[in-house]
Write a protein that binds this ligand. Structure first.
Ligand SMILES: [Zn+2]
Length: 621
């Protein structure tokens, strides 16, 4: 696939396309089993752990339907242990169990998907002493309680299983072993390789396989926010179970090469003035991955084809355009993180923007997230393209909610580690939740053709959005980055902190007000020439990095946002401040506020005309 992608780019006329190979630690499934036993230890139910083939979907009947596993979970056996239900597996869910007097120590925990990255559910469970974990897809989250299930509709059918990585992504993304790197995981992230992946066996299961297990749970009924969608079949209880469960996993770990494909369209600006625009999406998938990531790969190839046409007509971009096809994303952003770390020095000095596409099309609702300085440009581009269903400009049907980036895709290294303003662009289902065949055998071309985007028009539309954005960033005289919009968003983040009753924010509030003023003044200042303006616009985000990184996770260096430490996907704003507050650590809270104020002040200094020539990248990284 890497060679094929490279060949395509060259066919399009983009001749500078290279395969970037890096050694990485990956893991592969060999076998797994799961049984429910009665009080005497006799097997009552043996879970098939397999997805049923569908006649109308030809790729659903291959051996991969049996390979349901969680990457980076260890091999292990658990024999005859009690089972407990822990809702979504968030820290507060385990607090509820504790307050109910239910100890998970030495037990197997069953949790449902959603709200929190799967690896962190395992992290939260093993920290409380659980010795095995079962992760099931509840129909309330992406099954028959949301809509009709595949093949009658797009949602998750009875035997479908969500595979995925179990890496602790909020501590340290990328190869857990940094096999390709001279630096160690401990140097880069502050953790040893075995501290960023699970130590207990864990298995992902379908709701078909979860029902007998949930039926075996005894004890009190759970509170309403713990109740899933299977209420027509069972009563949700905390447990422990009447009988016991046994489970086993056999997974192999292997250091093996992975392949990124990096296609470069060289800009005409001299090297010292070049500010490259980086586009990327991943190529690896859990099974066939028609939506995740092939809808995104289609978009990137289409953008490559369009740029190839332009190049053949004699066009050259002002700024260099780099189109990356990442590998190893599903294991934990391995390819993009490795490349970002390898080229950190260059990227820190000159990269302008990173445009990410992952699951490009899994529905028809535009749901994008970005650094807030990039919002206005996206709105402009959305005004130029048409929503196929309504024939209205995309800007008219878009709710214009620009999400804050968390984690879970390849923009993470660019934004959170390198301070490069980023976009993540996608069309999602109506509820803006993960689609129903995510990471299963049913994420197939047939699913796209019959459910998500039968005419592929949303694939075309997203290609237009990505292409037009890249073209503007590469060619406009002044970069379309609006710092006053970002300053305003930061001010709203401070409101959020105040809403949580975090006190002592006066100095931060003052600094952010000052930043808002400076950003407005900067936008109006005609005396700064374009060269200087572009330098400031392209590098502004770097000011928000702190070279020490966030508390307990030094790889995450951006003070404004990070994935929640215990939740993983969802972003937290001012994560250092929030963490200190949640740990009730006043000294740390003071430190984190001071660090945030310093970062904002660096931004203000950069926007102040007499200082704007100062070198600063070295100072913050
Ligand atoms: Zn993906």
């Amino acid at each position: 696939m890497a060679k094929w992608t490279q060949k395509k780019m060259k066919e399009f006329g983009l001749l500078d396309s290279k395969v970037h190979i890096m050694d990485s630690l990956l893991s592969y499934p060999v076998s797994r089993h799961l049984e429910l036993n009665d009080e005497h230890g006799n097997v009552q139910f043996r879970a098939p752990l397999s997805e049923k083939p569908l006649e109308m979907d030809p790729t659903s009947n291959t051996i991969w339907r049996n390979m349901t596993f969680l990457a980076y979970t260890p091999s292990g056996e658990v024999l005859n242990k009690k089972l407990v239900y822990a809702n979504y597996g968030k820290p507060e869910d385990f607090d509820v169990l504790e307050s109910e007097g239910i100890d998970v120590m030495g037990k197997v925990v069953i949790v449902r998907y959603g709200k929190c990255f799967r690896g962190l559910k395992i992290m939260n469970a093993q920290r409380r002493g659980a010795i095995g974990l079962l992760l099931y897809s509840d129909p309330l989250d992406d099954g028959y309680r949301v809509g009709k299930v595949y093949p009658d509709g797009p949602w998750r059918p009875e035997t479908s299983v969500q595979r995925g990585s179990a890496q602790f992504n909020s501590l340290c993304p990328g190869d857990p072993q940094r096999a390709h790197s001279e630096a160690t995981t401990e140097q880069l992230c502050g953790y040893k390789p075995n501290e960023v992946i699970p130590s207990i066996p864990a298995i992902p299961i379908s709701y078909h396989d979860a029902i007998p297990l949930l039926l075996s749970l005894q004890g009190d009924e759970v509170p309403p926010d713990w109740v899933g969608g299977l209420t027509d079949k069972l009563v949700y209880r905390f447990g422990p179970s009447k009988g016991t469960v046994s489970l086993g996993t056999n997974n192999t770990f292997k250091v093996t090469p992975i392949w990124n494909v990096i296609t470069t369209i060289k800009g005409t600006l001299p090297k010292e003035l070049d500010q490259p625009v980086v586009l990327g999406n991943h190529r690896d998938a859990w099974v066939y991955g028609a939506a995740d990531p092939n809808s995104g790969s289609t978009v990137m190839l289409e953008v490559g084809r369009a740029f190839g046409k332009l190049v053949q007509s004699g066009w050259k971009p002002k700024r260099t355009i780099i189109i990356a096809s990442w590998s190893g994303e599903e294991y934990g952003l391995v390819g993009s993180t490795g490349w970002g770390e390898e080229y950190a020095n260059t990227l820190l000095k000159n990269a302008t923007v990173y445009i990410n596409v992952d699951v490009g099309v899994s529905g028809k609702t535009f749901a994008s997230a970005a650094t807030h300085s990039l919002g206005r440009e996206l709105l402009k581009v959305a005004g130029k393209v048409k929503d196929p269903e309504t024939q209205k400009p995309l800007s008219d049907v878009w709710d214009k909610q620009l999400g804050t980036l968390g984690s879970g895709s390849d923009y993470t290294v660019f934004l959170d580690n390198l301070g490069i303003a980023s976009y993540d662009l996608r069309f999602m289902p109506f509820n803006k939740q993960p689609y129903g065949t995510y990471h299963s055998i049913y994420d197939s071309y047939t699913w796209i053709e019959t459910q998500a985007d039968p005419t592929l028009e949303y694939h075309v539309l997203l290609s237009q959005v990505v292409g037009l954005l890249a073209l503007d960033f590469a060619d406009l005289d002044v970069l379309p980055i609006e710092l006053q919009d970002e300053a305003q968003a930061i001010s709203q983040y401070v409101d959020e902190l105040e809403g949580m009753h975090i006190h002592g924010l006066d100095e931060l509030r003052k600094a952010v007000k000052e930043l808002e003023k400076s950003a407005v003044a900067f936008a109006r200042n005609d005396e700064v020439d374009n060269q200087q303006k572009n330098r400031i616009l392209g590098l502004f985000e770097r000011n928000l990095l702190d070279k020490e990184g966030l508390p307990k996770r030094k790889w995450f260096k951006h003070i404004l946002q990070a994935p929640g430490l215990y939740l993983g996907y969802e972003p937290e704003v001012f994560p250092g401040i929030q963490q200190a507050f949640s740990e009730k650590n006043n000294t740390m809270l003071q430190q984190e506020i001071t660090r945030a104020v310093s970062a904002i002040n660096r931004g203000i200094r950069m926007l102040t005309p007499q200082n704007s020539g100062e070198p600063f990248v070295q100072a913050v990284y």
